[in-house]
Write a protein that binds this ligand. Structure first.
Ligand code: PLP
Length: 373
């Protein structure tokens, strides 16, 4: 597969910015980047980080660490400021404004569409069915279609946000075949650690059209770091690097990412995942016992989607009790649906208390409305 045939011609033609740290080793006497000679802090932690220096664009140790975590070769790793940056880079490198398109399967993560809009790429939606299941046959037909804009990126999410369902391996293989050498299949695995299913990273060697997005934001408990990895064919990584900011990662973020994924990290993660799974089971059974819950999609991630009697009302009621849950009522196909993330046992206790008060609050406010109208 020739990924250069898919990329925007401007990106292929441009000469990327050559940064000091990107073009020379960071050893010896460093007088090539107009940096200050020292950091203005006495804190040894800052000194150790060499805060006065531009960090490596792709720090070797972090690339190797994430390659080990995700079990891929280091050449296949692009460390990003979270998956949001990966989505943005892919769209900018592969989608010609006004000519190319992305495919998404709503309801899904909102950033695919936003990145496409910013780039001027068309969004072709292949909506999920009434049971919120992926329409794989329609996806195959859409990808194979020859009229309309050129499809460059097919965004799939496993487990999906907000529906929580996995993309089974056999369906992924069908869709990889449909993409062939005409489009990239971008598999967003932001939540894969929360379930038993295997990541698709083992397919990268055989499918150069496959791009996988991973993140430290969810199952590594580090959303504040803004750090993730895009895993792909080295030719794709090279193209994305042309568009990426010269120094995307901050020195504190690099240090923290190494610490989070370092010694003891896996054990800490396992404990957290087990605690989340236990709290999630409890939430699912609590919801099952409430007559105002019409349906739940427990899914495979660290959240539960539920259709209730009055989604916006419930979200407002919970907020008045100091608990924030997410309203999806205005998303097509998700009328009166709310998404609840799994927190600590204290968080979930506060939620349960708020949920206990919902029927009364709902009926009370209903009476009020009648009384005043
Ligand atoms: C939360 C989430 C992400 C994470 O994005 P980051 O930029 O890495 O924080 C990516 N994809 C999906 C579907 C998500 O829900």
């Amino acid at each position: 597969m020739n990924v250069h045939a898919l990329a925007r011609p401007e990106i292929l033609a441009m000469r990327p910015y050559a940064s000091a740290r990107g073009t020379a080793a960071a050893d010896g006497v460093l007088l090539n980047a107009n940096e200050a000679p020292a950091a203005l802090s006495d804190d040894p932690a800052w000194a150790e980080m060499a805060l006065h220096r531009y960090p490596a664009p792709q720090p070797d140790d972090l690339v190797r660490r994430l390659a080990a975590v995700y079990q891929v070769a280091p050449e296949r790793v692009l460390v990003t400021r979270g998956s949001d940056e990966g989505i943005d880079l892919l769209t900018r490198v592969f989608c010609r404004p006004g000519q190319d398109a992305i495919v998404e399967c709503p309801p899904c993560f909102g950033m695919y569409r936003v990145a496409a809009a910013i780039q001027g790429a068309e969004v072709i939606a292949v909506p999920r069915d009434d049971g919120l299941r992926l329409d794989v046959a329609q996806l195959e037909r859409t990808i194979a279609g020859t009229d309309g804009p050129d499809i460059k990126l097919v965004f799939l999410t496993s487990p999906n946000n907000p529906t929580g369902d996995l993309l089974p391996r056999r369906e992924l293989l069908r869709l990889l075949a449909a993409c062939g050498d005409r489009a990239l299949l971008v598999l967003d695995e932001a939540y894969i650690e929360f379930c038993d299913a295997a990541s698709a990273t083992d397919l990268l060697d055989d499918y150069p059209q496959l791009v996988i997005l991973r993140t430290l934001s969810k199952a590594w408990g580090a959303a504040g770091l803004r750090c993730g990895a895009l895993l792909a064919d080295p030719a794709i990584i090279e193209l994305l690097g042309r568009v990426m900011a010269p120094y995307p990662l901050t020195a504190p973020a690099i240090a923290a990412a190494l610490a989070v994924t370092g010694p003891g990290g896996r054990a800490r993660q396992s404990r957290m995942l087990a605690a989340i799974a236990a709290q999630k089971d409890r939430l699912v059974s609590t919801l099952a016992g409430r007559d105002w819950v019409e349906r739940t999609w427990p899914g495979e991630a660290n959240f539960v989607l539920a259709r209730v009697d009055d989604g916006p009302g419930l979200v407002a009621h919970c907020a008045s009790s100091g608990v924030r849950i997410r309203d999806f009522s205005t998303t097509p196909g998700l009328a009166n649906c709310v998404r609840i993330s799994i927190g600590t046992s204290e968080d979930m206790q506060a939620l349960a208390t708020a949920l206990d008060g919902w029927p009364q609050a709902r009926d009370g406010s209903g009476n009020e409305t009648r009384a005043t109208s």
